[in-house]
Design a protein around this ligand. Structure first.
Ligand code: ADP
Ligand code: MG
Length: 640
């Protein structure tokens, strides 16, 4: 098995690579690809997309952007998702699954310890996974999430008018591998092309364009329906790093509703013995009152529930603030903790971002502003901001943005490429490219009838393969025999979000394929990466000269190959002995020069061969035209 390198006698080379597209120029066409960001929330889920350069969430046909994360399973009918399912939660609680996000990636023991606020019946499934027992059968949390995602997928595809090419789904920063994997699985099950998972706080920061600064520290305060999260992110050269997270998995808008419902019960003289349906109804009244008080100083409340005496009253903003004061206060100790964990003070923060529907509550805003000593960012709708950031990220990952607008979240530290003729490294994915990413380039055969090609995957910044790190080597066999340069071999490099590289070579006529998977970062630590980068800068000049020489050598070889093939075909017929001698002498001179390292000498020898064979080339051309015209009238070829 030969590597595609020049070693003395070029006849040794049985497999070779030669690139036909310009270096660095991708052959992937740049069409706009439909991309979307999904906030798969505990309470509400949303899908957003960048349209005409503007990121926004997509509404359903009724104009609703938020999809309640509730799924109802029925015996016969279809699965119901969203508001209709939420409305049935009180009448059909066992078959109506809410807050499934809390169950994602959890084992059955975990789930049991989550406590009494989960009313479902659990049955053990394969590999410790809890299943929810419904009339539709036993269903996993991943399937429930997939049902939510399917609705969002359909909504986006109908609104955008095409199939989604890539989506980004957000997850809480504290999600562990199992929870992330479960989320990915749900995406896959829903038939979504998941480009990556993105941390919710990072998505919010991206939505505000905070990634455009060069560096800085930001706090993301996220108070949703049932959970509270506070995260400190540090932006460093375009890359967000989570410095610290804290929160409360049982604190959110639902708790505010509960406090208000209790107040109503007290006022209306409703006892603790109220039934489940009545309590649900009271919670709905409380929620409506809470949301009204975000805009108004007071709101009327009318209780008319079956089995309970009617009651009418008013809740003022001041009373409301007093009721929920302790809950809002409860969010501040995790805030204090993250600052301590991150080793920073509030003055070190560049911005505080508000996320989650419950941050609309005026008391929440003022307490947070007071704690951090600055006004938090609230311009983007707090329950849409995560989806919007995810959409921006998805748009970039799908390749819809010019390179200068690149958002660096995870990047590959060193360029990845292929060895080409002459032992040169051709970079396919340049270093600092965000992952996941995919790039493709076309290559062709070097020799007539070549049926196999050797692919050598390398990593590094240097021009010569011998100075780069060899990652893997594989072959593409059974290429249909063609003249040199006619075969089209498309080689694509794909790096997934975990840094795993997959290289595939595919012959374009017969579709013959071969591929290999490598972990590029494996075994390289930061210091080694740094050394490789320093080397590449130190040797930049050398490397350029080396590349020029190698390229000239490859050219020499190609000229000789082509000449040899032509002579074998018609040399005897079109040339006399004397002419052949002259051409052979020029070829011998080129062969000799090609073995040396004098760039100029090789170039001159190539010119020598071209000069010696120019008559021959002209004769071949005439000969070919004559053959093509045989049997045709001359006027057929005249231009009109
Ligand atoms: P999650 O991230 O948990 O899915 P969201 O960010 O969608 O949740 O927040 C949902 C919570 O926001 C609910 O408790 C809801 O009542 C609350 N909320 C929505 N709008 C308002 C409003 N205008 N005023 C107060 N709370 C609101
Ligand atoms: Mg949320």
């Amino acid at each position: 098995m030969e590597r595609s390198e020049i070693r003395g006698n070029h006849k040794e080379i049985t497999m070779a690579l030669l690139q036909i597209s310009e270096p660095g120029q991708s052959t992937v066409p740049h069409e706009h690809r439909l991309a979307a960001g999904i906030d798969l929330g505990t309470t509400n889920s949303l899908i957003a997309s960048v349209r005409s350069g503007v990121a926004g969430t997509l509404p359903d046909t009724g104009g609703n952007h938020l999809l309640p994360s509730v799924v109802r399973y029925t015996t016969a009918g279809p699965v119901v998702v969203g508001q209709t399912a939420l409305d049935a939660a009180s009448t059909d609680p066992l078959n109506t699954i809410a807050s499934v996000k809390r169950l994602m990636g959890r084992g059955i023991e975990d789930v049991k310890s989550l406590g009494a606020h989960l009313p479902y019946e659990f049955v053990p499934g394969a590999s410790d996974m809890p299943l929810l027992h419904t009339c539709h059968g036993d269903i996993s949390p991943v399937e429930v999430s997939a049902d939510i995602l399917r609705v969002l997928k359909t909504r986006a595809e109908q609104t955008l008018g095409g199939e989604l090419a890539g989506v980004v789904i957000t997850v809480p920063a504290y999600f562990d591998d199992a929870q992330r994997q479960a989320t990915r699985d749900a995406g896959k099950l829903a038939g979504l092309p998941v480009l990556r998972l993105l941390n919710e706080p990072t998505a919010a920061a991206v939505a505000y364009g905070l990634d455009h600064g060069s560096e800085g520290i930001v706090a993301i305060y996220d108070l949703g329906g049932g959970t509270f999260d506070i995260s400190i992110l540090r932006l460093n050269r375009g890359v967000f790093e989570v410095m610290a997270t804290a929160g409360d998995t049982a604190l959110g808008g639902d708790d505010i509703d509960r406090v208000v419902a209790q107040w109503i019960m007290q006022q209306a003289g409703i006892g603790d013995d109220a039934g489940h349906g009545q309590l649900r109804h009271l919670m709905q009244l409380a929620r409506a009152a809470k949301e009204a008080l975000t805009e108004l100083p007071a709101t009327p409340i009318d209780v008319s529930i079956d089995g309970v005496d009617d009651w009418s009253g008013t809740l003022t903003r001041a009373q409301f603030d007093e009721l929920i004061g302790p809950l809002v206060q409860k969010t501040l100790s995790p805030c204090r903790r993250v600052l301590r964990d991150a080793g920073i003070r509030t003055e070190d923060l560049q911005a505080v971002v508000m996320v989650g529907g419950s941050t609309r509550v005026p008391l929440v805003r003022s307490r947070v502003a007071g704690f951090f000593g600055r006004e938090p960012l609230v311009d983007i709708d707090p329950d849409r901001v995560v989806a919007v950031g995810a959409a921006i990220q998805a748009d970039i990952l799908a390749g819809n943005r010019p390179d200068d607008d690149m958002l660096l979240l995870d990047v590959i530290p060193l360029s990845l490429g292929l060895e080409t003729m002459g032992g040169l490294a051709e970079k396919i994915i340049p270093r600092n490219t965000t992952i996941p990413t995919a790039r493709a380039q076309e290559f062709t055969t070097f020799k007539d009838g070549q049926t196999a090609m050797s692919l050598h995957v390398v990593q590094g910044e240097r021009e010569l393969v011998s100075d780069c790190r060899s990652l893997a080597q594989f072959e593409l066999r059974n290429i249909p025999p063609m003249v040199a340069g006619a075969a089209r071999i498309r080689v694509s490099f794909q790096v997934d979000a975990d840094g795993l590289l997959n290289v595939t070579a595919e012959e374009q006529v017969k579709g013959i394929k071969s591929s290999i998977e490598v972990k590029p970062s494996y075994g390289l630590n930061d210091r080694e990466i740094e050394t490789m980068l320093k080397d590449s800068m130190a040797h930049a000049q050398d490397d350029m000269e080396q590349r020029r020489l190698r390229e000239q050598q490859v050219d020499a070889e190609r000229v000789l190959e082509a000449l040899e093939a032509a002579l074998a075909e018609d040399g005897d017929r079109l040339l006399d002995a004397e002419e052949r001698k002259v051409i052979a002498a020029a070829a011998a001179a080129l062969q000799l020069a090609g073995k040396g390292s004098d760039y100029q000498a090789i170039r001159q020898a190539i010119e020598g061969v071209e000069k010696a064979s120019s008559d021959y080339v002209a004769r071949r051309m005439n000969d070919n035209i004559r053959k093509a015209m045989a049997g045709h009238r001359v006027d057929e070829f005249e231009s009109p």
